[in-house]
Ligand binder design. Structure first.
Ligand code: NAG
Ligand code: NAG
Ligand code: NAG
Length: 269
């Protein structure tokens, strides 16, 4: 009886480990399958992207840096193209500006973005980006942008080390943890988000107005105050002068009137 029990137990154990093994292998197969499927589809997409890029911009499609920027532009476009028809229309821009960039009055931005074009393709977006002055920014200009517009001067060192010029801006505008965390070493998530939003804004709408010459602004303020005060002083002096002048004139007039009166009196006599 006891041996039978042991036997049953061992068969049970065997069968359960066997089952477990089968299950395990099955799982592995499933994971492997989905993995290969995913990686092939990823490859497919990337290759498609590069060949698209070569069609759009033959000169740059061998530049690794530009390919990454193009991928980023494509991803921004995908983010904006809600109905995934390949074009971004005015209502999609509107929604994107309201929801993703938190603009309360996006109408003003439409024209800068759409111009006469109702629909924007990836190619349009790429061409617009290449025509932007930001695309030609040097490292120093990007650093200045980082300090005055993004207000994250603590990452200047990392930007300089990576030699980031204007052409990388689209890559900063899309989510990429390996870039922000491993390369730029930004640990604070709010900083990542801030950098992403401001980059996106800069890619889509061009160079922001940066108060880069705050010293100049202060100086202008002082000058305008001095001019204003000088103006008041001048007006005051003028006013006093004209009052004095008026008084004198009144007195003269008075005298004249009296003289006239006395002449009149004299004539009547
Ligand atoms: C950027 O620089 C290139 C080469 O110097 C020039 O052809 C292009 O017109 C410049 N783009 C802008 C927007 O200034
Ligand atoms: C920006 O940097 C990339 C590579 O780092 C370089 O190929 C490109 O010419 C640079 N652009 C400017 C405007 O300096
Ligand atoms: C993220 O950035 C890294 C470094 O720039 C780049 O190699 C990688 O391809 C990027 N990933 C995506 C999904 O764009």
């Amino acid at each position: 009886m006891r041996t039978l029990l042991v036997h049953i137990a061992s068969t049970h154990q065997w069968s359960s480990t066997h089952k477990l093994k089968t299950l395990w292998i099955f799982c592995l197969c499933l994971v492997g399958k989905s993995w290969t499927e995913r990686s092939t589809s990823d490859n497919h997409i990337v290759e498609n992207g590069v060949s698209d890029f070569c069609r759009i911009d033959e000169k740059l499609c061998n530049d690794e840096n530009e390919v990454l920027s193009y991928e980023a532009i494509r991803s921004i476009h995908k983010q904006m193209d809600d109905d995934a028809n390949g074009n971004v229309d005015v209502s999609e821009t509107d929604g994107f500006l309201r929801e993703d960039l938190n603009y309360h009055d996006p109408k003003a931005k439409h024209n800068t973005f759409h111009g006469d074009d109702q629909f924007i393709s990836v190619e349009d977006l790429w061409k617009a980006w290449k025509g932007s002055e930001v695309y030609n920014w040097t490292l120093d200009e990007v650093v200045e942008w980082l300090i005055t517009y993004v207000e994250l001067p603590q990452y200047v060192e990392a930007f300089r080390k990576m030699n980031f010029n204007g052409s990388v801006m689209p890559r900063l505008a899309v989510k990429n943890t390996s870039l922000t965390l491993s390369i730029l070493k930004i640990l604070d998530r709010s900083h990542v988000q801030k950098l992403q939003l401001k980059s996106l804004d800069t890619v889509l709408f061009g160079a922001p107005l940066m108060n880069r010459h705050s010293h100049l602004k202060d100086f202008m303020l002082v000058v305008s105050i001095v001019i204003g005060m000088g103006g008041c002083w001048f007006a005051f002096i003028q006013n006093r002068y004209s009052k004095d002048h008026m008084k004198k004139m009144m007195k003269d007039l008075d005298g004249l009137q009296r003289a006239e009166q006395s002449l009149h009196d004299l004539q009547q006599k």
